[in-house]
Design a protein around this ligand. Structure first.
Ligand code: ADP
Length: 595
């Protein structure tokens, strides 16, 4: 780099020096030579006039003597000719006189009475001469001054100029070398600092105090490095915080790149696998559980959060896997140990199931005896009959409660085995409608299947529908089959229709229906009763959650109907939700997957 700058600077200096020399030579040298020439001509003219005067006035000396003296005094060749052009005398008598000097331009002019000058190369000597001729009586005189002096002076000037150039060149060399060394050193420092920053040394600074362009580049690099250092420190700090946070978690966390290599893992993850996680090694070498691998793969491929359950990571332990896609490919997976939670949950379920089971027999017995006693006591036996009636009612309620609890416990634990089979949606709707038609009618409620009339004709219940309900395309019969356990779905319909009759009877109509949904067929049970205010909707499917406790109890509700429905749907890999508007009725919707 140094050499390049040096040569560039030197070339620039040389060009400047050469240009300056050429200009000097052309302008100053030319002007100086012209002025010298004029001076010589003026001088020679004066001397020629004096020479002419002397030739005419000095009669004491011979013409040859005068010519010799004048020629010597003027440092020129002196010549006298007569009117015919014949040379009468010449100071350089050794030189052969020109044949007829009157032919020369200056002599010709002088013979005509004018003082004249001309410049030309002498044929005898071969150097340029300045000739000045002046008229005399009967002829002319001439002084010929050799211009070789001017050439000598010019040569001297050029010689000096050459030496000046040489000295300037040496100075230029020194200046170029010094400047290039200084510049190169500064630039090398900048390059060095940039290389250190590239290697990760963010503390490197150029620290160049100059205010020239290089100094400004240095300042810009220093500022950028400072900014990068601060940003990097902030990133490092938040990364450490994140690492500490992730390491202090109970859950195991592992990040995987798009090509399946382990990018990062927290300490709980290291403790989980016996061989510890190895960074940049294929994840399958760390965890071989197929469910875990499938969940991570699904998250990477679909770019969505995927969940799963892994049971073979550690023998005897179950993990809940949540895999979330990373923005630049790959995924991060969180493993939560479910063993203890599941154990506690199982204990709770078992306890409830056992208690319910144990209560069943005594409750049936209380119910039976109270009914027998009621039958045996006359109608007008006063309080005793009322008390017995209360005992019977409460025993019946407790019996329903234990039945529901048992059902819920069995569904939740998976003890109740569902056998889903492909079923046309219309059949499920017909089953439900047939079972409840008469009961509903007895309560003054009309039960209808949306889009299908009583005789299989299309009904026109559209005017009863809430605005956001589907039309059912008028073809519930043509909907594709769903995967359902008929009995379980019948139970879901029962719970929903039972609720609709209990809480939505005032609408006078209950509509059952089914429609296409993105992931299956969505069934719905709609009533036009009092509705449910929105704050209750998210909690409706919790156990024992009741909007109006007194009303639920009074109507024989246990608060478990919707929870049972939810668990049946979960077992079917379906979903359930409620839509409602106060005073406009409620709609309960559940989705079953396509067969
Ligand atoms: P319950 O045995 O009390 O009916 P559920 O689990 O079946 O218990 O329902 C929970 C609560 O949801 C009910 O207590 C009731 O307040 C509300 N609910 C359910 N269905 C409807 C409906 N169709 N209209 C209004 N409220 C309803």
């Amino acid at each position: 780099m140094k050499n390049r700058i040096f040569f560039k600077l030197l070339a620039a200096f040389l060009i400047v020096i050469a240009a300056a020399a050429a200009t000097l030579d052309l302008v100053v040298g030319g002007a100086w030579e012209a002025s010298l020439r004029t001076e010589i001509e003026r001088n020679l003219t004066q001397k020629t006039l004096l020479f002419a005067h002397r030739v005419e006035s000095d009669h004491t000396r011979s013409l040859a003597e005068i010519v010799a003296q004048e020629g010597q005094a003027a440092g020129a060749r002196a010549t006298v000719i007569d009117a015919s052009g014949k040379v009468l005398a010449d100071s350089e008598s050794n030189l052969s006189p020109d044949e007829n000097d009157a032919g020369q331009a200056e002599f010709a002019a002088a013979l005509k009475g004018e003082t004249s000058s001309s410049e030309r190369r002498s044929e005898n000597v071969g150097i340029p001469f300045l000739y000045v001729a002046a008229p005399i009586t009967g002829g002319a005189v001439r002084l010929a001054y050799p211009l070789s002096d001017i050439q000598a002076v010019q040569a001297e000037v050029h010689r000096r100029m050459f030496w000046g150039l040489a000295i300037a060149l040496v100075i230029a060399l020194l200046v170029a070398a010094t400047a290039s060394v200084i510049t190169a050193r500064r630039l090398e420092r900048i390059v060095d600092v940039a290389a250190r920053i590239e290697r990760g040394d963010l503390r490197a600074r150029v620290d160049d105090p100059s205010v020239d362009e290089i100094g400004r580049v240095a300042v810009a690099i220093d500022r950028t490095a400072g900014q990068v250092e601060r940003s990097f420190a902030a990133v490092r700090s938040s990364q450490r915080q994140l690492e500490t946070l992730l390491n202090s978690m109970q859950d195991a966390v592992i990040a995987v790149s798009a090509d399946g290599l382990v990018q990062w893992a927290n300490q709980p993850m290291d403790r989980l696998v016996p061989q510890r996680t190895r960074l940049n090694a294929p994840m399958v070498e760390t965890i071989r559980d197929p469910d875990f691998l499938a969940t991570v793969k699904a998250a990477t491929a679909t770019k969505r959060v995927c969940t799963g359950r892994a049971t073979s990571i550690v023998p005897g332990r179950a993990y809940d896997v949540t895999a979330a896609p990373l923005p630049d490919g790959g995924a991060v997976a969180v493993l939560r140990d479910l063993t203890e939670t599941e154990r506690v949950e199982k204990t709770r379920r078992d306890f409830i199931a056992n208690v319910s089971h144990e209560l069943r027999t005594p409750l049936t017995s209380i119910q039976g005896y109270s009914e027998t006693l009621l039958d045996s006591i006359p109608e007008n036996s006063g309080h005793n009959r009322d008390f017995l009636e209360i005992i019977r009612k409460n025993a019946a309620r407790m019996s329903r409660l234990t039945e529901d609890l048992l059902t819920l416990a069995r569904v939740e634990s998976g003890e109740t085995r569902f056998e889903p089979e492909p079923v046309p949606p219309i059949e499920l709707l017909n089953d439900a409608e047939e079972s409840f038609r008469e009961i509903a009618r007895g309560q003054g409620v009309e039960l209808q299947i949306d889009g299908v009339g009583k005789n299989g004709q299309k009904s026109t219940t559209a005017s009863l529908k809430a605005p956001d309900l589907p039309s059912g395309d008028g073809s519930v019969e043509s909907l594709p089959q769903v995967l359902a356990d008929r009995e379980a779905i019948h139970q879901v319909f029962s719970n929903l229709i039972d609720n609709a009759m209990k809480y939505g009877r005032s609408g006078g109509c209950i509509v059952l229906g089914a429609r296409h949904a993105p992931r299956g067929i969505e069934f719905y049970v709609q009533d036009f009763g009092a509705g449910i205010s929105s704050e209750h909707l998210p909690r409706l499917f919790e156990r024992f959650y009741r909007v109006d406790k007194a009303r639920s109890r009074e109507s024989g509700g246990t608060g478990l109907g919707l929870a049972i429905a939810k668990h049946i749907m979960l077992a079917h890999r379906g979903s359930i939700r409620a839509e409602s508007e106060l005073n406009h009725g409620s709609t309960f919707l559940f989705t079953l997957p396509f067969a």
